[in-house]
Design a protein around this ligand. Structure first.
Ligand SMILES: *Cc1c(COP(=O)(O)O)cnc(C)c1O
Length: 401
C-alpha cells in the first residue's frame, strides 16, 4: 500500500467517523471503514482498498457478496412481487417452508417466517407460553437478540442490566453443565433455549452429549427444547442447524443470519406437537418471509446443496484449525466447520483484528481474547492460506514484538 493511499484512507476514516457521530446514535462502535461493493469473499472500501471478508457480515453472507444466483433471484422476484402481506401466499415462501421442513427431517414441522434472529426467538418465546407454563431456562453468556423478550433470554449482564426489569421466571445456567441444567428445569419450565455453539460469547462449544442431556431433561419435565441456530444454522457447522451431530430432535429451531444470504429473513420452525400451539391471530409480522428474501434463501440453499458445502465446510474448518492452532499466541481454536473462535493467550483480540484489517482481512474480536471468523462457504483454499499467512505475521508482531 503506497503512503499516499494510506494517508488518504486515514483521512477518509476520520471523515467517516465525524459524519457517523453527527448522524448515528451511540449504540454501536464507531466504524473506521465504509464498504462500497463486494464480490465473493472480497469487499472494497470507499478508497478502493480490498479486503477478504472472513467475518461474512457475522455469519450472514454465506454465499459471499454479490453472489450472481442470489442477485438474479432477488432481481427477478422484485420485478414480480416484493410484498403481498400475510393475507396471501406466494411461491418463494411456500417453496422455502418446504425446504426447511425437509431439512429438519420431520414432516410435521411447521414454519413461521420473520425478519431477524431476535424475532425468531420472540416467536419461540410466545409459543412456549401457550404450553400454559412460564418458566424459562437459558445459558449464561448466551446471545438470543436485543428485543425485550429475546434480551430476557440473553445471558449477558452488560446487555441486560440497563433494561431491567426484563421477563421474570428466567434462570441462566452455566453452559455445558448438565447438572446445573437439571436443577434449573422443573414442571413449570416452558422452554429451555440453547445455542449449539455460543457464537457471540466467543464460539463456545459445549461438551459432546450436552444437547442430548438437555433433550432428556426437557422430556422428563415436559419442557420445550428450543435450539437457537441463528448463527450456527444453514450448514455453517457442517449440518443444517448445528445440533444434528448430537442425534437429538428439538421442539423448536430458530434461524436467521445466513438463511437470506444477506437479506433480512428469519424463521421459527416448530416440530412435533409444538407446531400446533400457535392459533390463528396469535402472532404475525408485516415483512416476515417476504418474497424477495425467500427467493434469495432458495438461491442460497440450492447452491449449498449443489456445491456440497455441508461436507466442504467441515473440511475447510479443519484446515483453518490445523493451520492456526500452532501459531504463536494462539492457545486454542474453537468451533465447528466455518464458525471459528481463535483464542489468544492474552487480551489482544482487538489489536489483532485491527492489524488484520490493515493487512486486508476482516475479522471480529468476539471478546477480549477471542477472534471470531465466519467466512462465506465459498471461501477457497488459497484465500484460507492468505489469511493464515497474514494471521501468522500479525501474531508474530503482537506476541513476539
Ligand atoms: C445474531 C443472533 C441473534 C439475533 O439475531 P438478530 O437478527 O440480530 O436479531 C440471536 N441468536 C443468535 C445465536 C445470534 O447469533
Amino acid at each position: 500500500m503506497g503512503t499516499s493511499i494510506k494517508k488518504r484512507a486515514k483521512r477518509s476514516a476520520i471523515d467517516l467517523q465525524t459524519r457517523w457521530q453527527k448522524t448515528m446514535q451511540l449504540n454501536y462502535g464507531i466504524p473506521n471503514l465504509q464498504l462500497e461493493h463486494g464480490k465473493g469473499l472480497e469487499v472494497w472500501d470507499n478508497n478502493g482498498l480490498k479486503y477478504l471478508d472472513f467475518l461474512g457480515g457475522i455469519a450472514t453472507n454465506i454465499m459471499g457478496h454479490g453472489n450472481p444466483k442470489v442477485v438474479k433471484a432477488i432481481t427477478e422476484q422484485s420485478k414480480k412481487l416484493s410484498h403481498v402481506s400475510n393475507f396471501y401466499a406466494h411461491a418463494p415462501g411456500m417453496d422455502l417452508a418446504e425446504q426447511l421442513i425437509h431439512m429438519t427431517g420431520s414432516d410435521e414441522a411447521r414454519v413461521f417466517f420473520c425478519n431477524s434472529g431476535a424475532e425468531a426467538n420472540e416467536a419461540a418465546l410466545k409459543l412456549s407460553r401457550l404450553t400454559g407454563r412460564t418458566g424459562l431456562v437459558a445459558a449464561k453468556g448466551a446471545f438470543h437478540g436485543r428485543t425485550m423478550g429475546a434480551l430476557s433470554l440473553t445471558g449477558q449482564p452488560t446487555k441486560r442490566n440497563p433494561f431491567k426489569p426484563l421477563l421474570r421466571n428466567i434462570k441462566h445456567v452455566d453452559y455445558g453443565d448438565i447438572k446445573a441444567l437439571k436443577r434449573a428445569v422443573s414442571k413449570r419450565t416452558a422452554m429451555v433455549i440453547l445455542e449449539p455453539i455460543m457464537g457471540e460469547a466467543g464460539v463456545v462449544v459445549p461438551p459432546s452429549g450436552y444437547l442430548k442431556a438437555a433433550r432428556e431433561i426437557c422430556d422428563s419435565k415436559g419442557a420445550l427444547l428450543v435450539i437457537d441456530a441463528v448463527q450456527t444454522g444453514m450448514g455453517r457447522t457442517g449440518c443444517w442447524f448445528g445440533y444434528e451431530d448430537e442425534g437429538i430432535k428439538p421442539d423448536v429451531i430458530t434461524i436467521a443470519k445466513g438463511v437470506g444470504g444477506g437479506l433480512p429473513l428469519g424463521a421459527m420452525i416448530a416440530l412435533g406437537k409444538s407446531a400446533e400451539l400457535l392459533q390463528p391471530g396469535m402472532h404475525g409480522t408485516t415483512f416476515g418471509g417476504n418474497p424477495i428474501s425467500c427467493s434469495a434463501a432458495l438461491a442460497v440453499i440450492a447452491q449449498i446443496r449443489v456445491g456440497n458445502h455441508l461436507q466442504l465446510n467441515k473440511v475447510k474448518g479443519a484446515l483453518i484449525r490445523n493451520l492456526i492452532s500452532p501459531i504463536v499466541g494462539v492457545t486454542e481454536v474453537r468451533g465447528k466447520g466455518l464458525l471459528i473462535g481463535i483464542v489468544l493467550k492474552s487480551n489482544e483480540a482487538k489489536s489483532v483484528s485491527e492489524k488484520m484489517q490493515q493487512r486486508g482481512f476482516l475479522t471480529n474480536p468476539a471478546s477480549e481474547n477471542v477472534i471470531r471468523i465466519a467466512p462465506a462457504f465459498i471461501v477457497t483454499e488459497s484465500q484460507i492460506m492468505k489469511f493464515v499467512t497474514a494471521f501468522n505475521d500479525v501474531c508474530e508482531e503482537v506476541f513476539h514484538g
